[in-house]
Design a protein around this ligand. Structure first.
Ligand code: NAD
Length: 474
């Protein structure tokens, strides 16, 4: 039976008379209804955030820190309920949903330990000049459907720590766990500091263009990111954009085939490939190409695609119908062009649930759509390379620049290659690791600004320089 969920505005759980359905992607059943908000509800949420900003921005940072830690604690305490709800709306297997919920709690808690200390620019006989960080004001947060809880907390925690207040909009596809968290934290967070409202995509531009919002922090597609930059330009709102990626993984000839096969598999197929930083292009040195591609395909055969709530499922469905159809279209394009498949390529769109069989392509050309575009699905193109220079140039031949990985027993060589990749993050011999203390952001069309770390936190602030003339004659 579908459950009704409420929004959090000014410390109260509220609904309106318009609703949107939320569907379980594993069986296409409606599992919940959430309010479909428009400008009126947004205005109320922004007004509440503005009122709360007066007090919250003056609340000592240690007190703000303590509230974030309480929020993180509430999420952790309710992890069992939340991860099941997350699986039912997002599709990811229980274990991965649990990792997201616990991870969101841990990342928020860790981020709350960051500080915004003043910096001294000049301390001389004649002058004391220091830079302090002041919160920008009311933040609009806009979140996608692949990691709904992690992305929400990634925005809420630093906004709160900086002294900002926030109006957050989850994706219309995955608002349920976030709204349940809203209900759980409403008595922990002062009224108006965090507001969570749901609506169709059309609510997004209203947030971007709202005259009383000072900053937008957005995670989603590059296409939407560009619209946000345009909308925010009208009153020069501050923006942070975390956008798409087409990350390359480079496997050097000295890599251990068996060990790397499993890790490469999960770097592409975790969350059914719906990760901005998933390995979406895998370049394998020709000396080990045949062995490694066979080992990856063999490993994949042991992984079950299915309903994420069922024990033993390794890869769940695609989260929504539109994305499902897009992934099928890319696979069909690969078939039409005669590219070779090591596995998969035979989805059945007539079945129930948005399931795509694990699909591995055998050395498709660089300009194949399935290589050149962000697939965002359980699809892994393996490509052969012969020289370092060639693979670096192929990896960098993308409008995206989010992340990448190098796999080699020779760590110095791995780092040497990593430093030549045009991306915001590069892993050597690991994948998908993000630190709350390191800036995460895309180069090129993968983003603007950063989240996490000191850099991420300062994006919620303006610098203010206070200069005192010490030898003034007045
Ligand atoms: P999307 O851009 O379609 O939607 C993201 C959010 O923006 C949703 O809440 C949506 O309702 C809202 N939105 C839609 N149109 C809008 C508009 N015109 N103005 C303002 N908001 C609008 O993205 P998606 O399909 O939900 O997510 C998938 C994309 O997100 C992929 O490209 C993926 O790579 C990217 N992503 C990036 C990161 C990162 O950190 N770089 C993380 C996760 C996902």
């Amino acid at each position: 039976m579908a459950t009704d969920y409420s929004n959090l505005i000014d410390g109260e759980m509220v609904t309106n008379d318009k609703w949107m359905d939320v569907v379980n992607p594993a069986n296409e059943e409606v599992i919940g209804r959430v309010p479909a908000c428009g400008k009126d509800e947004l205005d109320r949420a922004v007004a509440a955030a503005r009122r709360a900003f007066k007090t919250w921005s003056k609340t000592p940072i240690d007190e703000r820190r303590a509230v974030i830690q309480q929020v993180a604690g509430v999420i952790k305490e309710n992890a069992d309920e939340l991860y099941r709800l997350l699986t039912s709306e997002q599709g990811k297997p229980h274990q991965q949903a649990q990792q997201e919920i616990i991870g969101a709690s841990m990342m928020a808690s860790a981020q709350s330990t960051l500080s915004l200390d003043d910096e001294i620019n000049e301390d001389s006989d004649t002058r004391l000049s220091r830079t302090r960080r002041v919160p920008v004001g009311v933040v609009g947060g806009i979140v996608p459907w692949n990691f709904p809880v992690m992305m929400a907390m990634q925005k809420i925690a630093p906004a709160m720590l900086s002294g900002c207040t926030i109006v957050l909009k989850p994706s219309p596809f995955t608002p349920l766990a976030t709204l349940r968290i809203a209900e759980l934290i409403k008595d922990v967070v002062p009224a108006g500091v965090v507001n969570i409202i749901t609506g169709e995509d059309s609510l997004g531009p209203m947030i971007t263009e709202h005259e009383d919002i000072d900053k937008i922090t957005f995670t989603g597609s590059t296409a939407t990111g560009k619209k946000i930059m345009e909308g925010a330009s009208k009153d020069l709102k501050r923006i942070t954009l975390e956008l798409g990626g087409n990350d390359a993984s480079i496997v050097m000839p000295d890599a251990d085939v068996e060990k790397v096969a499993e890790q490469l598999f999960w770097s592409s197929f975790s969350n059914a490939g719906q990760i901005c930083i998933a390995a979406k292009r895998v370049y394998i040195h020709e000396d080990i190409y045949d062995d490694l591609s066979a080992a990856i395909a063999e490993y994949a055969k042991g992984v079950t695609v299915g309903d994420g709530s069922q024990q033993g499922t390794g890869v769940g469905p695609i989260q929504n119908k539109k994305q499902y159809e897009r992934v099928l279209e890319l696979i069909q394009d690969a078939k039409d062009n005669g590219y070779q498949f090591l596995l998969g390529g035979d989805a059945d769109p007539s079945g129930t649930g948005y399931f795509v069989p694990l699909t591995i392509l055998d050395n498709p050309p660089e300009d194949a759509r399935i290589v050149a575009e962000e697939q965002f699905g359980p699809v892994m193109p393996l490509m052969k390379f012969s020289s370092e220079e060639e693979v670096i140039s192929r990896a960098n031949n993308s409008e995206y620049g989010l992340a990448g990985a190098v796999w080699s027993k020779d760590v110095d060589k791995g780092v040497e290659i990593a430093e030549q990749l045009e991306t915001g993050t590069v892993w050597v011999n690991e994948f998908l690791h993000l630190s709350p203390f390191a800036p995460f952001g895309g180069h090129k069309q993968s983003g603007f600004g950063a989240e996490y770390g000191k850099e991420g936190l300062t994006e919620f602030t303006y610098p203010q320089v206070i200069t005192v003339k010490r030898d003034a004659v007045i």
